[in-house]
Design a protein around this ligand. Structure first.
Ligand code: IVH
Length: 678
């Protein structure tokens, strides 16, 4: 039994050491932080159960990996520690209870800070001047990166206030999402490989040998603690009894302190803070992976002390991980409404951001090649906020065999028509307007709420009508007979009547809606409104030249070319003829002039959602609200009609109560949506 446990412990240590080296020394991790934390947790657990297996070399007994060669080493006067983690509310309350028992008090203040995902640095000032900047390294020794840190404009070179003697402060250096995106855009333009994420890029930028390079990277800092102090008995501007006061004093010395810090009196306020940021973190300009909770009183901090390298007086309450590494099994292709061939990743299932992910978007071929993603690779998958998961890139160091480059199919996977790819379009497209996959998407769009609004014809019936050969082009819908519909399995009299009525009613939709419904590439509802306000009818649009379109403010050459190309296709012109013959109104009514589509059912109503919904994602709910004319807001104001409360709601509930906003649950929302969609 013991031999087996020893084997497992050895294996875990080997894996952890490897990943530690990748992360700390090379800034190039192969697994996510959450996956690493899990390995550490397993090792810690085994060592706790079998203390005789603990050795001084075990990764649980030290912090980080040794610094890489190339920079002068710096010994930290006081070790730079790490933090214990809490992954759920139970672990947080257990920590609070432990602290409470150790201190023998029920209540104490805590400071909540965002745990920014960057790299920890130490800054030493002598007589108010920056003399040394260092990385954390293994916690005891770091690297001297003074020349690089001096280039970060939010790091003061000289302090604003009095600070005699020596003062060391610590903080997190990071790169904003915008700076990261801009850097990658520049690299893309120069055909250079793209960076995977802001954290590694920030770490790499601080370890540049050339400070000019660091300077170009737009790094930032938030300072979060005082390290070593030696003021020779004089007040050096940072003497304080509490962490909160120390932060304030550092701020007045010229350090950049996070504006998001909050002083909390009770654990419930810490929970509020966490929930507030769990919801709002994506609106911030930088990445944060949790909340750091620190006991405010320095006296209490001293009483609590440390366990190993972790202070008992602080804890990192982590957000669910948003990135994970998994295997790319295959690349599938979807054909969109405009014929675009959209590659998507088929993944070995993995939990990201609290949900199991099996598929993720891959944009287009160019993107796949630029990132060098190949079938069979280990890839990093990200699910940030509510957006559809995406593949960030491959973990190249884990590619052990030769894998072929990905190639888009040369034929449409659905109708086998030869695929078209032009220079100025990133997408490969199936040019066959009658391609079943393309047509299915187009048909769904045509009957949808914002287009011809033919209620009763859901996705399922659209597929059946196409399958049965009853609808081969959009206009066929207007030639359907009652009897044909009645013959379909599970189609009842009532539904047939409803569908026929709605088809009839749709014949008099405004011109802008018909234009939008046709699904012309690049003609969304806004462009459709523009066109409908300038032309009298579809015939006129079908005959207009490219110049006539580009003469309209808001219509560029790409859109103009696409409209001309659409009406040049014979089958598209036939559809227009058939629509006209069926009695569909294709001209603008004078009363329509200047007015756009008729109001949608939720027009004027604003919804705000807090907490997790159980039946659908928040983005799905917001999309449904918007498609019915409602607005989806991210905060509660006087204009909010409803606050929808899901699981673990945030502080918005209190705001809504204060403002008297109507608070509803998920079921009530579904009911509103169903009624509006009828
Ligand atoms: S305090 C003894 N505060 O998290 C406490 N750390 O594992 C030492 N971090 O190495 C850290 N934001 O890189 C603290 N507001 C914050 C932080 C923060 C990010 C990082 C830091 C540190 C790691 C702790």
């Amino acid at each position: 039994m013991d031999a087996k446990i020893q084997q497992r412990v050895d294996q875990l240590r080997k894996e952890i050491n490897h990943h530690n080296y990748r992360y700390h020394a090379l800034d190039d991790p192969e697994i996510s932080d959450a996956q690493f934390d899990e390995l550490m947790r397993q090792l810690r657990e085994l060592e706790e159960q079998h203390p005789h297996l603990v050795t001084p070399e075990s990764p649980t007994q030290r912090v980080g990996a040794p610094p890489i060669q190339g920079f002068a080493q710096v010994k930290h006067r006081q070790p730079m520690l790490s933090l214990a983690n809490a992954f759920n509310i139970d672990e947080l309350t257990a920590w609070h209870r432990r602290v409470s028992n150790l201190l023998g008090v029920d209540a104490f203040d805590m400071v909540c800070e965002l745990k920014i995902d960057g790299l920890a640095v130490s800054l030493t000032y002598e007589e108010g001047r920056l003399v040394q900047g260092a990385t954390r390294g293994d916690g005891y020794r770091g690297e001297d990166v003074t020349h690089n840190l001096r280039t970060i404009s939010s790091i003061p070179l000289a302090l604003l206030g009095v600070a005699p003697g020596r003062l060391e402060v610590r903080g997190e250096v990071f790169m904003s999402k915008d700076a990261f995106a801009k850097l990658n855009r520049e690299r893309e333009a120069n055909d250079e490989p793209l960076y995977a994420n802001p954290r590694n890029t920030a770490a790499g930028s601080v370890r540049q040998l050339d400070p000019a390079m660091t300077a170009s990277r737009n790094l930032e800092i938030y300072v979060y603690s005082v390290g070593d102090r030696d003021d020779g008995g004089q007040e050096n501007g940072t003497a304080a009894d509490t962490h909160w006061d120390a932060l304030e004093k550092m701020r007045s010395l010229g350090f950049r302190i996070s504006p998001h810090n909050r002083l909390c009196r009770a654990i419930e306020e810490v929970e509020d803070y966490y929930r507030r940021w769990l919801e709002g973190i994506h609106d911030l300009p930088f990445h944060a992976d949790g909340v750091v909770v620190k006991i405010n009183s320095f006296q209490y901090q001293e009483e609590l002390g440390f366990v190993g390298r972790e202070p008992r007086w602080a804890i990192a309450y982590k957000f669910p991980a948003e990135q994970a590494v998994t295997k790319l099994r295959d690349i599938g292709i979807n054909v969109g409404r405009t014929g675009s061939l959209n590659p998507f990743a088929m993944l070995e299932p993995v939990v990201v951001g609290g949900a199991t992910v099996k598929m993720a978007t891959l944009h287009n071929e160019e993107d796949i090649h630029r990132k060098d993603i190949r079938i069979g690779d280990w890839v990093t998958v990200e699910r940030a906020g509510e957006v559809i998961p995406k593949v960030v890139g491959p973990v190249l160091s884990r590619r052990t065999e030769k894998l072929p480059e990905f190639k888009m199919p040369s034929e449409c996977p659905i109708c086998s028509t030869e695929v078209v790819k032009t220079e100025d379009d990133a997408q490969h497209r199936c040019p066959n307007a009658t391609c079943p996959a393309q047509f299915f998407e187009l048909f769904k769009h045509f009957v949808s709420k914002g287009a011809m609004n033919i209620d009763g014809l859901g996705e399922k019936w659209c597929a059946i009508l196409i399958e049965q050969g009853l609808v081969k082009d959009l206009a066929d819908l207007y030639y359907l007979k009652r009897e044909q519909l009645l013959e379909l399995d599970r189609m009842g009299e009532k539904l047939v009547a409803k569908i026929m009525d709605n088809i009839e009613a749709s014949k008099s939709r405004p011109l802008s809606r018909v234009l939008f419904a046709l699904g012309v590439l690049h003609v969304g509802s806004e462009n459709a409104d523009l066109l409908a306000s300038r032309f009298h009818g579809i015939d006129e649009i079908a005959q207009a030249s490219q110049e006539q379109f580009t003469g309209i403010q808001g219509i560029g050459p790409k859109i103009a070319a696409s409209i001309v190309a659409h009406f040049a296709v014979e089958s598209n012109r036939n559809v227009i003829d058939k629509l006209q013959k069926a009695g569909v109104k294709l001209e603008r009514e004078e009363s329509e002039e200047g007015q756009s589509a008729e109001p949608l059912p939720l027009q004027g109503q604003t919804f705000c959602i807090t907490g997790a919904l159980s039946g659908m994602s928040r983005s799905r709910a917001q999309a449904r609200i918007k498609s019915l004319g409602g607005a989806a807001a991210s905060s509660v104001t006087r204009k909010t009609t409803y606050l929808v409360v899901g699981q673990n709601p945030g502080s918005k509930v209190a705001t809504a109560e204060r403002l008297g906003t109507e608070i509803i649950d998920e079921n009530a929302l579904l009911q509103i949506l169903d009624v509006a969609a009828r």
